[in-house]
Design a protein around this ligand. Structure first.
Ligand code: GDG
Length: 477
């Protein structure tokens, strides 16, 4: 065990560190905190106890030395260019991501990708073992690191290990396609507590252990073969920093920017908005199809109605994402060509990412927010939208296939596969009287305010602490 390096009672491990490298004009390297729910949640936890964060710093090659940033000890893990291709773009985003999202596109299986995934998971586990103090709590994040719980347990049986899945956990029929299904389940069973977005995800996991490993299970517990060790799997849905984001949305400059956005779009009667990573899980194609039909049937039309679609660039080296982008851009071009007018395009399509202030202003400017994923672990955009609507304006159209729908039942629910139904729901979201929409928005906001990301982190760590105790060694030997 290293004796001089600092060790920590709380260690978070995620594929990425919560910082981005910025090279200043005079060539200095600076690290800027990347804003995200997880970081905000961790700040609230790490205020009371210092913690470490293990993750990749974002560049290929050697990792920078560990450093401290705003009270968090950052411990970079190196990834080579080949590993970025095989572990990250390959196994994580082209094997696991499609399987875990209902195989909306087919998954690709390559044994070299699996080898890289294993190697990188081993490196993460070694880094965690180095920074964890005796008896520490180790909190592993997401599908890129599913082997880490077991690997950490082998190196450090003294620590308590949790894992949280930000994406869905698939039904066993889909999970069973994975050639490495047993290794992945065994990797996860190294944890004491496994957290999921929905109860259905936790149940899918428990069922996979029973059917594919033959492990004994009882309700939310799985017993690990050859031991009496029990692992609990339960839902602890993630959320947003309600207070912080609401405060941002109340800033006079942000509210002025919301008005300016509407003006620059010609003050439409109805402004619809979509904000997504450009990902095939998000249902952008289905949304555009419903919108296009509403326009061509003249049930909606510019300039009274317009749609702003922000599609943040994502995973651009993965083929399925390149194809999706081409398809979306062709569709937007066709809709504008067929149905737009001079000075009044039917779709404002933006393939950029924006600062948080601009997102908050967009949310406030939008009369109807379209969140139509085919499958989504949670979908934070839905929660961010209602958080920003302190004026109680706006309406949320929300797919039943998001984790968020399980909490935000009052939203205008849709099945994005049912284009006719989606069209009706969009019209209902537009035409419901303002008073009723305000009542709905109030209820949605109450839910998010009471279940914010700080509460999520606190609940997760409490569940980790309360996870089934390790069986004590038998006193009779
Ligand atoms: C995964 C799961 C789960 C997007 N564009 C910009 C921007 N964003 C922000 C949004 C939101 C976040 O990115 C996206 O979060 P989502 O939850 O919508 O989706 P995923 O990226 O797929 O996240 C998901 C999540 O993990 C958390 O567990 O909810 O189901 O798939 O916060 O606002 N932010 C800024 N500029 C942009 O252009 N600033």
């Amino acid at each position: 065990m290293p004796s001089e390096r600092p060790t920590f009672d709380l260690v978070v491990a995620a594929n990425r560190l919560p910082v981005d490298k910025v090279v200043t004009d005079d060539g200095e390297v600076e690290w800027r905190r990347s804003p995200g729910g997880l970081v905000t949640a961790m700040e609230s936890v790490m205020r009371s106890q210092p913690g470490a964060w293990v993750g990749w710093a974002g560049d290929a090659g050697e990792a920078p030395d560990p450093f401290d940033e705003d009270g968090i000890h950052l411990h970079p893990v190196a990834l080579s260019a080949d590993e970025i291709r095989d572990y990250y773009e390959g196994f994580s985003n082209d094997t696991l991501w499609p399987i875990y999202h209902d195989v909306i596109v087919p998954a690709t299986f390559h044994r070299e990708w699996w080898a890289a995934y294993r190697a990188v998971n081993e490196r993460f586990a070694r880094a965690i073992a180095e920074v964890a103090a005796e008896g520490a709590r180790v909190w592993v994040q997401d599908y890129q690191l599913q082997l880490v719980p077991m690997l950490v347990r082998q190196l450090r049986p003294d620590v308590r290990i949790g894992w949280f899945n930000h994406i869905p956990f698939p039904p066993v029929e889909l999970f069973a396609q994975l050639p490495w299904r047993a290794q992945l389940l065994e990797g996860l069973l190294g944890a004491d507590f496994l957290g999921f977005q929905r109860q259905a995800d936790a149940r899918n996991f428990v069922r996979a252990c029973r059917q594919l490993l033959g492990a004994p299970t009882k309700r939310d517990r799985v017993t690990v073969e050859g031991t009496q060790r029990q692992v609990r799997a339960a839902a602890i849905p993630i959320s947003v920093d309600f207070q912080g984001l609401e405060q941002l949305a109340k800033r006079p400059d942000v509210m002025a920017r919301a008005r300016e956005i509407r003006e620059s779009l010609g003050n439409p009667k109805v402004l619809m908005l979509g904000v997504d990573r450009l990902d095939y899980t998000k249902g952008i194609r289905h949304r555009l199809k419903a919108y296009e039909e509403l326009l061509s049937e003249r049930r909606l039309g510019p300039p009274e109605v317009t749609l702003v679609q922000v599609a943040t660039p994502s995973r651009e080296r993965v083929e399925a994402y390149r194809m999706l982008r081409a398809e979306i851009e062709q569709t937007v071009g066709r809709i504008n060509g067929d149905l737009g007018q001079i000075g009044a395009p039917a779709v404002h399509y933006l393939h950029h990412s924006y600062p948080r202030e601009e997102m908050a202003a967009l949310f406030q400017a939008a009369d109807v927010m379209l969140v139509t994923p085919l499958r989504d672990g949670m979908n934070l955009v839905a929660k961010e939208y209602v958080t920003c609507r302190h004026d109680l304006g706006g309406a949320l159209v929300l797919s039943e296939f998001t984790g968020a729908w399980h909490e935000l039942h009052q939203a205008f629910a849709c099945n994005p596969h049912d284009i006719e139904g989606l069209k009706q729901t969009i019209l209902r979201a537009i035409n419901t009287p303002a008073k009723d929409k305000q009542r709905i928005m109030k209820a949605l906001r109450r839910r998010v305010a009471d279940h914010d990301v700080q509460r999520w982190a606190a609940r997760y760590l409490a569940a980790l602490d309360a996870a089934p105790e390790q069986p004590r060694p038998d006193p009779r030997g």
